[in-house]
Design a protein around this ligand. Sequence first.
Ligand SMILES: Nc1ncnc2c1ncn2[C@@H]1O[C@H](COP(=O)(O)OP(=O)(O)OP(=O)(O)O)[C@@H](O)[C@H]1O
Ligand SMILES: [Mg+2]
Length: 196
Amino acid sequence: MKIIGLTGSIGMGKSTTAKMFADLGCPVFDADAAVHTLYAKGGRAVPLIRAVFPDVVIDGAIDRKRLGEHMRADPLNLKVLESFIHPWVGEMRVEFLKDAQASNAKAVIFDIPLLFETGGDARVDATVVVTAPARVQRERVMSRPGITEALFQMILAKQMPDAEKRRRADYVIHTDHGLEAARTQVADILERILHT
Ligand SMILES: Nc1ncnc2c1ncn2[C@@H]1O[C@H](COP(=O)(O)OP(=O)(O)OP(=O)(O)O)[C@@H](O)[C@H]1O
Ligand SMILES: [Mg+2]
């Protein structure tokens, strides 16, 4: 079973492209979604965070905006939080791989925004980077509710530049030519990965 790391900067089309791999029979592990389940009602992170920041829990779930305020107020908070979240996500990843193996999947996709930044590329068989011109990326991100120019710039600053990601990638998918064009690239790349 091939393990494929799918990455790309904010708004470049990771989730959309992951869905295309899923349509071809590849189970997808979404790192952001995994963290969301930990923060959701009944999630594993809720009791822990409630004990330290009671104001962050609303209707039994973590309010990510309020949590973010505490994290920005003291970088140590973020370090401690991550020391819990990372191993939990790791356990979810192991479970996911077991299930995929049991279902005889030929390849699995890890949608990981900071794949290269965290050295995760060393733990996958192939890396796929989604990309689009900066102008397209900006239009996509700025059309989302709640985004500001400052927030967009802050997120971009935390991410490796798109050109560097493309340079490191085993495969690049261009997402600015529409869904069908991307689907064709996905099918082609999956074939190549399965046969290497
Ligand atoms: N191949 C494509 N053709 C046309 N539009 C696309 C394509 N891929 C993605 N998009 C559009 O770009 C926007 C961002 O896509 P998506 O949410 O998949 O990006 P992302 O990389 O997962 O973003 P984030 O970094 O926030 O997780 C969406 O509006 C989506 O419809
Ligand atoms: Mg996404």
